[in-house]
Design a protein around this ligand. Structure first.
Ligand SMILES: C[S@@+](CC[C@H](N)C(=O)[O-])C[C@H]1O[C@@H](n2cnc3c(N)ncnc32)[C@H](O)[C@@H]1O
Length: 265
């Protein structure tokens, strides 16, 4: 374990972390920073699906098979949208070189690396950094191995209590995770907290059926697995309640994409 205060990860994370981390060594192991060093792996996984994400063999399968096949099916086989999902997210987040961007529940870093490319200034660390956080150690290992970039940093952290200072990031995203986290609105509130005034937010989550009978079935069957289907106005409504501006939503199959901007005060 690298506890050096000058590791690449520590240098990049230093200016972004909350006061509680001031002067603390940042443990780096297997290519990711451990920002929950006193909590054993698996402790933050409270739903069945979260727990599945901790399986060591899942990370490679997730990146190569599960996400491409599963998400394409959830998108209603919208191949065009599927192909441009990453590039479109970069546009939605309005990323430019020098930005600091946070990928919440980054999994194997499949979006974090695209964000890192978009914010790169050609330097090794410092301005222009993409931070991917996740609670799953196998996912973080996979991210550090397959989606490594000089300006990408992966860290173990719980999305419901992000270890970053208020307003640390220019942009924040959370894709394909809110529906498996038991406290999704706490995650969104944390994302808003770490976003600077005028910063951009992007979400990808599930969309419940408009038909009450189907929706009841979804709630019963998927709910038992720890999966949640969000009503069409649930995420946009929460963002509006929190004072977010320029809220937009796009629906593809049973997925919804939502973007918003933090007010400039
Ligand atoms: C389906 S993957 C999504 C990965 C990636 N964002 C994507 O769009 O493909 C969901 C991820 O959420 C992570 N996760 C679940 N609960 C979390 C929490 N409380 N904090 C951080 N990550 C969490 C899981 O470990 C898993 O890697």
């Amino acid at each position: 374990m690298d506890r050096s205060a000058t590791s690449r990860q520590a240098q990049a994370l230093g200016p972004l972390l909350a006061e509680a981390w001031s002067g603390q060594p940042i443990p780096v192991t297997e290519g990711y920073a451990d920002l929950m060093p006193h909590e054993p792996p698996g402790v933050a996984s409270r739903s069945m699906t979260q727990w599945v994400m901790e399986f060591p063999l899942l990370a490679p399968i997730y990146e190569r098979i599960w996400r491409p096949a599963g998400v394409l099916a959830f998108m209603g086989l919208d191949l065009r949208h599927f192909r441009e999902e990453r590039a479109k997210t970069v546009r939605w987040l309005d990323l430019s070189p020098g930005d600091a961007v946070l990928d919440v529940a980054c999994g194997p870093g499949n979006f974090t690396s695209a964000f890192a490319d978009a914010v790169s200034t050609g330097g090794v660390a410092g301005p222009g950094v993409a931070v991917g956080v996740d609670v799953s150690v196998p996912m973080l290992r996979r991210a550090a191995a397959t989606n490594e970039r000089g300006n990408a940093v992966y860290a173990r952290a719980d999305a419901t209590r992000l270890p970053f200072r208020d307003g640390a990031f220019d942009a924040v995203s959370c894709y394909a995770a809110l529906y498996l986290i038991p406290e999704p609105f706490a995650v969104i509130d944390e994302m808003i907290r770490v976003l600077r005034p005028g910063g951009r937010l992007a979400l990808m989550a599930s969309r419940a059926s408009r038909h009450a009978v189907v929706r009841g079935g979804q709630d019963r069957i998927l709910g038992a697995m720890g999966l949640r289907m969000f009503g069409l106005d649930e995420l946009t409504g929460h963002l509006a309640d929190r004072g977010m501006a320029a809220i937009e939503r796009e629906v593809h199959g049973v997925t919804q994409y939502v973007r918003a901007t933090a007010p400039r005060h």
